[in-house]
Write a protein that binds this ligand. Sequence first.
Ligand SMILES: Cc1cc2nc3c(=O)[nH]c(=O)nc-3n(C[C@H](O)[C@H](O)[C@H](O)COP(=O)(O)OP(=O)(O)OC[C@H]3O[C@@H](n4cnc5c(N)ncnc54)[C@H](O)[C@@H]3O)c2cc1C
Length: 322
Amino acid sequence: MNASKSTSASRDGSSCLPNREFKAVYKELKQLLPDQVRIQEPMSQHTTFRIGGPADILVEPRTIAALRETISYAKVKNIPVFVMGAGSNLLIRDGGIRGMVVKIGRHLARIKIDGVVVMAEAGATLSHLALTCCQASLAGFEFAVGIPGTVGGAVVMNAGAEGRAMSDVVQEVLVLNQKGCFDRLKKEDLGFGYRSSNLLDHNQIVVEVVCQGTPDQKERIQERQKKHLHHRQNTQPLMYPNAGSVFKNPPGFTAGYLIEQAGAKGRQIGAAKVSLKHANFIINLGMARAKEVQDLISQVQEMVKQRFGIQLALEIQIVGED
Ligand SMILES: Cc1cc2nc3c(=O)[nH]c(=O)nc-3n(C[C@H](O)[C@H](O)[C@H](O)COP(=O)(O)OP(=O)(O)OC[C@H]3O[C@@H](n4cnc5c(N)ncnc54)[C@H](O)[C@@H]3O)c2cc1C
């Protein structure tokens, strides 16, 4: 799974399946999963960057059973699968994604609270999680307010802010593994690191996440959430499509500081620009292509390397074909 981070064989250079087989697959999938399947879907409509070429097939499963059926079908047909959430940490290349994209979003987004235990389906948004926990007077999720991802994507990336991260609240994760079986993984099994977990490499689909909150007064939680949101609005270029921080902070520095000091703030290639408001954000001024963003990324890395001898590592994920 997550197979199209690399590429596969092509149909007239545009799909991983021969033409006739592709049509048959689409027909079968439409019957199997009514109203949940699209073909040649522009991925620019599914990323916060508003960038990305077409996916051969996009499936948005409505139920966990449908998700499982989708994965089993893809396995039988040998179709590569890329799983995504809100597409808020992705740069999808201009050639799009060969095979199948499975988007886990609003249909799989229930949140249940039982005492201090919170169960969230992978497609729930982080903001919804934070607000629901606040309503239940549960603290610990304030950092998540304003991060535009899903709970599934956030666990995989160990998303965080203001010194807190998913690894501080997650207890257990229900995943669908490569064999199409469900598995419960404890926090210790997830290999959480700075903006990473071993779910990224192990091709497991996050279906549900169990977290633990801390009882607190609702008003105090609300106050902290407001502060976080305010800080984001003041420091991030939210008027333009973007994918959040492009680079990870290297030890001892913020990437934004290094980029600014290297003179890369405000650099522009085509419609992709290093934000003047936050140098670790690249913004899409309108019709930016992935290629422009990639070239800008390389330029910024080169400038920082030359000035500081530090190689900036990517926080965003680049997937799909050129
Ligand atoms: C304005 C803005 C601000 C941001 N601020 C922050 C911040 O403060 N802190 C931070 O950490 N990030 C931040 N981000 C980045 C992003 O929101 C997070 O990384 C988020 O957790 C990604 O979730 P997603 O659902 O969008 O995942 P996607 O971008 O869709 O996918 C990211 C990765 O997770 C995998 N994935 C997604 N869902 C699943 C699943 N259910 N099962 C298995 N794999 C899955 C994908 O294959 C991919 O590898 C920001 C982004 C934006 C646009």
